[in-house]
Design a protein around this ligand. Structure first.
Ligand code: AP5
Ligand code: MG
Length: 190
């Protein structure tokens, strides 16, 4: 069992690296952003979710935590999880600790993809031509970074206290980052 959080700003490469990890280690990719985009299409909360995502604001905790916990419960028999974009604030981190404690699991590692805001924004702008994501526009991107700086980065301290954070240089190529991550994760395999 291996449970990882991929941590980083919008556009840091969380989704990209999460997919590569999943291919290599057969873990369950749990992206709260993807879950919310899917639910925004077909759930009774669809319009509410869209409103927050399009504004670049965090969707309310009760909704996100409930949806993520359901996904966790569905995949408990797998080889572990790669959390991508979750948790996003202290409340969510505590909710994750709680369900993991109940299920006798632990977060092994937080991989912190680090790069400048300028570089990350550039990547999102490039992606905006093909992503179809309604939040990939400059105004919303600004708010996504604001939410990241104010609500999400305090989590680094939370996980550093638990000695779980390893920072990876997010400016490198996708392949170079993936190699570094593999090196790290191979030391965690049992
Ligand atoms: P979410 O979907 O999580 O988006 P995000 O955090 O803004 O991050 P992105 O998906 O834009 O970037 P990424 O780090 O995955 O990078 P990627 O691999 O795509 O959240 C969206 C919204 O949903 C939030 O604003 C919020 O409203 C809501 N939400 C989600 N989770 C929530 C939660 N827990 N609580 C409350 N609300 C929540 O890479 C970006 C681009 O760069 C791609 O084109 C990629 O090909 C390219 N790229 C990747 N790596 C590299 C590299 N090394 N070099 C060059 N290019 C690269
Ligand atoms: Mg993503």
């Amino acid at each position: 069992m291996l449970n990882i959080i991929i941590f980083g700003s919008p556009g840091a490469g969380k989704g990209t690296q999460a997919e590569l990890i999943v291919l290599e280690y057969k873990l369950t990719h749990l992206s709260s952003g993807e879950i919310l985009r899917r639910e925004s299409q077909n759930s009774e909360f669809g319009n509410k979710i869209k409103k927050y995502q399009n504004a670049g604001k965090l969707v309310p905790n009760d909704l996100v935590i409930k949806m993520v916990n359901e996904e966790i419960k569905k995949n408990l028999l797998g080889a572990g999880f790669v959390f991508d974009g979750y948790p996003r604030n202290i409340k969510q981190a505590k909710a994750l600790d709680k369900i993991f404690k109940d299920k006798e699991k632990t977060i092994d590692l937080v991989l912190n993809l680090h790069l400048s805001e300028r570089e990350a924004i550039q990547r999102i702008i490039v992606r905006s031509h093909t992503s179809g994501r309604s939040d990939d526009n400059l105004k919303t991107i600004e708010n996504r970074f604001l939410a990241y700086r104010t609500q999400t980065t305090p989590l680094l301290k939370y996980y550093r206290t638990q000695k779980k954070v390893i920072t990876v240089d997010g400016r490198l190529t996708i392949t170079a980052i993936s190699k570094q991550i593999k090196k790290i994760l191979d030391t965690y395999k049992n």
